[in-house]
Design a protein around this ligand. Structure first.
Ligand code: UD1
Length: 426
């Protein structure tokens, strides 16, 4: 039986919420713990299913892992296994981030090709070619990525595209390689910066994180550390959109507002009032939002993970907007569900044109990935009647305590068991 949410539209959300550590950081930091023998402690970890999944992957490699509230403790032995358990890995995409650390520590890695979100094809060519530049041989065999090397050596690497995952795997291999690696066209996301901060505390020699070029000089050994996970900018951004869409007033804590600079600028253009603080921000909106155009780009551009929230806002804004998706080609599946709610949208390749309507109309809808699911919940808050959002297991992967937090902010939202899964729909 799958759970669904019943979202009653009409409430203005008001109040304060705090975000936990970023999903897209914690999983990489957990896997970086493989690089150092001993006990790594991560704090501010979010209570989402991917964390215990990743814990299972690490256990399969020989680590002991304890999860205790927001703290994850990982004991990494001297000898770790190089073969990630296929069933544990297939559960989620981020498990591919063990590739770099395993190649560095074991000089070999076998990692099953991941499953994950239905947002478009997600090849690993840049991960593979980066590791090959460092001296590893890589191949795809029986549904797994396999890497093998006698030793890793620093190299000059230029990525075709600033891929988050490839940047992470190259960095986590280069920190233990012999010599210096210069990684150009590197991803600049705050989660990469978080990983680099942890690696440096562990004893890695690197510089340039947050810029296009990261330089790493390999060391022989890294030491385990305690580290606090950076706040989740995507969850924080989702609350910002919830405030603007419901013409509410939400203060969000636990986040560096610089990580959402462009997002908050876009909300100002839509008519929101935005105040920023050292570790948070406040978004309030009184009048109907006005239409704004978007295009998704690598950081510091507008994040693809907030694209559904932007579409949901434009759906109820005054005027026409055009949203361009440049990162994942299938991310517009969500548009069909928005249309079910009465949104007026047309897809043309990787653009969607949106003519805002005054109010959406409740209907049963289906989440196709974490962010699309959250976008549908926000849309439901602006629909008349009760919107049933199905397949919320996707949303649970990224939004700890979502329903409880929505209720605290004044929304009427319930979780119920027994929703129809997508495959039962017809
Ligand atoms: C990460 C995030 C995801 C976010 C994305 C972009 C995690 C767990 N997930 O995903 O939430 O939406 O960054 O900000 O952190 N690509 C290739 N070849 C490669 C690697 C990537 O063609 O070897 C393509 C992908 O298909 C995609 C684009 O590059 O079109 C961006 O992917 P990437 O930045 O690697 O995203 P992920 O690390 O998978």
């Amino acid at each position: 039986m799958k759970d669904h949410f019943l979202v009653t539209g009409g409430a203005r959300l008001n109040g304060a919420v705090r975000v936990d550590g970023a999903k897209n950081s914690v999983l990489k930091l957990m896997s970086a713990a493989l690089l150092a023998e001993g006990t790594t402690v991560l704090r501010n970890c979010p209570d989402i299913a991917d964390v215990p999944y990743m814990a299972d992957v690490l256990r399969g490699l020989g680590c002991k892992v304890e999860l205790n509230g927001g703290t994850v403790t990982i004991h990494t032995p001297d000898e770790i296994s190089s073969d990630a358990d296929i069933d544990a890995v297939r559960q989620f995409r981020a498990s591919v981030c063990v590739l770099g650390p395993l190649t560095a520590r074991c000089h070999r890695a076998v990692v099953a090709l991941p499953g994950g979100d239905a947002i478009g094809s997600r090849p690993l060519d840049m991960h593979q070619s980066g590791l090959e530049k460092l001296g590893a041989k890589t191949r795809i065999e029986h549904g797994c990525v396999v890497t093998e090397t006698e030793k890793l050596t620093g190299a000059k690497i230029m990525l075709d595209f600033p891929s988050v995952g490839a940047t992470e795997n190259i960095l986590t291999a280069a920190v233990l390689a012999e010599g210096t690696t210069v990684l150009d066209n590197a991803a600049r996301e705050p989660e990469i910066v978080d990983l680099c901060h942890m690696l440096r505390d562990m004893g890695a020699q690197l510089e340039g994180e947050g810029s296009n070029t990261i330089t790493v000089t390999g060391v022989r050994k890294l030491n385990p550390v305690e580290h606090e996970v950076v706040g989740d900018r995507i969850v924080a951004g989702t609350w910002a959109y919830a405030a603007a869409m419901t013409r509410g007033d939400i203060t969000v804590g636990g986040i560096d507002p610089a990580h959402l600079h462009l997002v908050l600028e876009k909300l100002k253009l839509a008519g929101a009032k935005v105040e920023t603080y050292p570790t948070g921000f406040r978004v309030s909106q009184e009048a109907r939002p006005t239409a704004v155009d978007y295009q998704t780009l690598p950081f510091p551009g507008f994040p693809t993970d907030l694209q559904p929230m932007a579409i949901a806002l434009c759906a109820v804004s005054e005027g026409m907007s055009v949203i361009t998706e440049n990162i994942f080609e299938s991310r517009f599946r969500f548009v069909d569900e928005m249309t079910r709610l009465g949104a007026d949208m047309t897809i043309d390749g990787h653009h969607v044109s949106i003519r805002g309507v005054e109010e959406l109309s409740s209907a049963p809808v289906w989440s196709s990935d974490i962010r699309a699911g959250a976008g549908l919940v926000l849309a439901g808050l602006c629909a008349d009647g009760v919107t049933q959002v199905n397949d919320v297991f996707h949303i649970d992967r990224g939004y700890p305590g979502f329903v409880e937090k929505l209720v605290e902010l004044g929304a009427t939202v319930e979780r119920e068991s027994g929703g129809e899964g997508r495959h039962h729909k017809h």
